[in-house]
Design a protein. Structure first.
Length: 385
């Protein structure tokens, strides 16, 4: 059997070695604490689970779903965009159901990128912005992202010859893994840049609902002219603790939505309609659980910041997302420090370098672990230093 080159071209799974070591430790009965995964530990709100309970008994829902999302789901997405951001998106032409944002990101490459085309990708970011390009035969240009530019990916430094081949650019604020947030001025510059260079922007707003100290993220589509050049992805995953349900949506530029929908109609057959009904409840029902969720993560954030401060590990205080992006102490690379923590403290944290070249020098601490375990993990790290 000969597999396609695109499989061989994928980078080695950076956590494979860590997973192997964790497996060995756990087999010996060692208690390993993982601060690795960005997967909410709290259950989906009951009102959403109940909506699913009702929807699953509707025989019509057992048939093939609409490729693009049910009319009711697309209207719920459009209604949420209006209430939450005062953004108008046409449910029929400017919204599209996704089987999770990850699916939309990967399939966007098939809709917009031919072999040899370039995608502008943040210097550290969600891994599919990079691996999706490999699967589609596209090329990646890493946009510099560092403390100096506030982890706002620098698209303006892209060389002219690369720009001529660039068709698509990913941005994502609030940001995974750096937890940086963007201001309006940055979004406006991105829109002008995309217009000048005929580039589609995909703004991945997976953390739109998770903010602290009163901060709530904007939509990219609130900026003037955004819909001319951009689509934006929103997901139920982090906002409603629904990572397992696989339901999200894209909205914005109608031509781009149509292209992505065309790819999807040839590959998948849409989101299970009962899951769409549950997501209608998520977006359409009372949003009060989100404040409680943010308060819970904010408490964990404060606990982690306090503990890191005491052991001399630097990190900026995140205003959003479920991550603390912490600096690796002198003398270690990201991967070395992550390995040290695993070996000496039995704590898993991903090396920043797993998210792209500009992640070197950092680790990402996820807040999706209960307070007592988080505190214990930091205490163990302290002892190991
Ligand atoms: C979690 C995450 C996603 C994936 O969301 P799904 O809707 O669960 O596929 C996409 N982008 C970023 C930046 C994420 O952190």
């Amino acid at each position: 059997m000969r597999t396609a080159n695109r499989i061989a071209n994928l980078p080695p799974y950076l956590f494979a070695e860590i997973d192997r070591k964790v497996g060995l430790k756990r087999a010996q009965g060692i208690d390993v604490i993982s601060l690795g995964i960005g997967d909410p530990d709290r259950p989906t709100p009951e009102r959403i689970v109940e909506a699913m309970g009702r929807a699953i008994h509707v025989p019509k829902n057992h048939q093939y779903p609409s490729y693009y999302g049910s009319q009711a789901y697309r209207e719920a997405c459009s209604g949420w965009m209006k209430r939450r951001f005062d953004v108008d998106v046409d449910p029929n032409t400017e919204t599209l159901a996704l089987i999770g944002s990850k699916e939309g990101i990967a399939h966007a490459f098939l809709a917009f990128v031919d072999p040899g085309d370039v995608t502008l990708v943040p210097g550290c970011g969600y891994p599919v912005y990079y691996t999706g390009g490999i699967l589609a035969g596209g090329e990646t240009h890493w946009m510099p992202m560092n403390e100096g530019n506030g982890f706002l990916a620098d698209f303006e430094s892209t060389p002219k010859d690369i720009l001529a081949r660039a068709k698509m650019m990913f941005l994502s604020y609030p940001n995974n893994p750096t937890s940086a947030i963007a201001n309006e001025e940055y979004f406006d510059r991105a829109i002008a840049f995309a217009k000048a260079n005929d580039i589609l922007i995909i703004h991945d707003n997976a953390y739109s609902e998770i903010g602290y100290d009163g901060y709530r993220a904007p939509s990219f589509l609130q900026r003037p002219g955004a819909k001319d050049v951009a689509i934006e992805f929103f997901s139920t995953s982090k906002a409603y603790n629904m990572t397992g349900w696989r339901v999200a949506f894209a909205c914005g530029n109608a031509a781009a939505i149509k292209a992505l929908g065309t790819v999807k109609s040839n590959i998948d057959s849409g989101v299970f309609t009962a899951v769409q009904d549950a997501a209608i409840e998520a977006f359409g029902g009372p949003q009060s659980e989100i404040d409680a969720l943010c308060a819970m993560y904010q408490k964990r954030r404060d606990l982690v910041m306090d503990a890191l401060g005491k052991i001399g590990i630097e990190a900026a205080v995140p205003k959003a997302t479920i991550y603390v992006w912490a600096k690796v102490p002198d003398g270690y690379t990201s991967a070395e420090f992550a390995t040290h923590i695993l070996e000496k403290a039995n704590v898993v944290v991903p090396a920043g370098s797993a998210y792209g070249p500009d992640g070197e020098g950092f680790i990402r601490i996820s807040l999706t672990t209960p307070d007592d375990r988080l505190a214990e993990a930091i205490e163990r790290i302290k002892v190991s230093l």
